[in-house]
Design a protein around this ligand. Structure first.
Ligand code: PLP
Length: 360
């Protein structure tokens, strides 16, 4: 029987990609702000409805550069229910993640717990729109403003999500995206830093190119965070097909909704926000059942994943003083089901059957 992984990189039209490759070979211009990176930047900024979008090498460097650009220090309030890079990037930059527990329904940072976690060393809040579900952005913005904190959204899952009629990616001082091969929209490896602030955008641009302003003028500390032309070419091809990707993902999503046992607990979605169908998380009653079902699937070559286990407050090197029982509970019971554009109905039915049969 066919293997079904949690996701599968989207492969766009090969002939179109080959044409871009031919152009790149003719130009011998491989990186450092080439024409394809420029083109993808402007097309994405327009498509997503944001003012400044700077393409970078990956989502993790997008986080790291953002922390530097906003001059963060001390500790940063963030969610324990996320991919490890959200918090490991803080530690890599010499910052301490301060975990605040999540809301049991939305799986996002619980705004009611943020204020009490702020201390004199706190410089920022780093929430995650987990599985593309919009955070309570107004409340969080108010808390950041009242406490003079920077606000950075890890929006790695929130490509093309709209909130109250405008791009969700306009929230905060900065939002970051990941364009890793397994993400909804991808450039093989890649990411972006998005901001409405002209000064921040300029600094970020200089920072990802070693701090150069122009050829012989180095104006700040920088690093190498650039995207290359081959990656941008992939992005241009995938973007052309994004409408199809979204449509197919919605069909897969709706098929799960229709056929999965409707007693399964699911993430509660922000009613003011659109969906991008990036993930299909479900919750079981306890960890034992979750592992049993995951193993049953694996025996039939289906690879669902426990995103995000472990809860990051349990990862030893963070030495977290804050324990987050809600996040730990969700992490122990969650399973993300395979979703990718060419997953067919028969594949989905195999997954659905295993789950529904296990619940009776
Ligand atoms: C994928 C992901 C990242 C990291 O992005 P990379 O491009 O893989 O470096 C960061 N945060 C979240 C929530 C992610 O899912």
């Amino acid at each position: 029987m066919k293997n079904i992984c949690i996701t599968k990189p989207y492969m766009p039209d090969k002939d179109k990609y080959k044409k871009y490759i031919d152009e790149i070979f003719d130009r011998s211009y491989l990186t450092n702000g080439g024409p394809l990176v420029d083109e993808l930047e402007s097309r994405l900024a327009k498509f997503l409805g944001v003012k400044h979008l700077v393409l970078v090498a990956n989502g993790t460097i997008a986080l790291q550069v953002s922390f530097k650009a906003l001059a963060l220090s001390g500790n940063v309030i963030t969610s324990p229910f996320s991919f490890i890079a959200t918090s490991s990037s803080l530690v890599w930059q010499g910052l301490q993640p301060k975990f605040v527990d999540i809301d049991a329904d939305s799986f996002n940072l619980n705004p009611a717990l943020i204020e009490q976690a702020i201390d004199s060393d706190t410089s920022a809040i780093l929430p995650v729109h987990v599985f593309g579900n919009a955070c309570k952005v107004e409340v969080i913005a108010e808390i950041a403003k009242n406490n003079d904190l920077k606000l950075i959204y890890d929006a790695a899952h929130a490509f093309d999500v709209h909130y109250k009629g405008q791009s969700l990616l306009n929230q905060g001082d900065i939002s970051i995206l990941s364009f890793h091969a397994t993400k909804l929209f991808h450039t093989i490896e890649g990411g972006a830093i998005l901001t409405n602030d002209d000064q921040t955008a300029l600094h970020v641009r200089q920072m990802i190119n070693f701090g150069f302003e122009k050829e012989e003028s180095i104006v700040r500390l920088g690093i190498n965070g650039k995207m290359n032309e081959f990656e941008a070419a992939m992005g241009l091809c995938v973007l052309d097909e994004y409408g199809i990707i979204r449509k197919k993902r919605k069909q897969i999503y709706d098929f799960y909704l229709k056929h999965l046992d409707n007693h399964l607990q699911r993430q509660e979605l922000n009613m003011h926000s659109t969906q991008n169908y990036g993930y299909f998380p479900i919750l079981f009653d306890d960890e034992k059942t979750t592992l049993e079902i995951k193993n049953k699937m694996r025996n039939e070559n289906i690879y669902a994943r426990r995103y995000f286990a472990p809860s990051l407050d349990m990862v030893s090197y963070f030495e977290s003083q804050e324990k987050c029982p809600v996040s730990q509970d969700i992490a122990s019971r969650i399973l993300c089901l395979p979703v990718f554009p060419d997953l067919d109905h028969s594949g989905q039915q195999r997954i659905i059957d295993i789950i529904n049969r296990s619940l009776v």
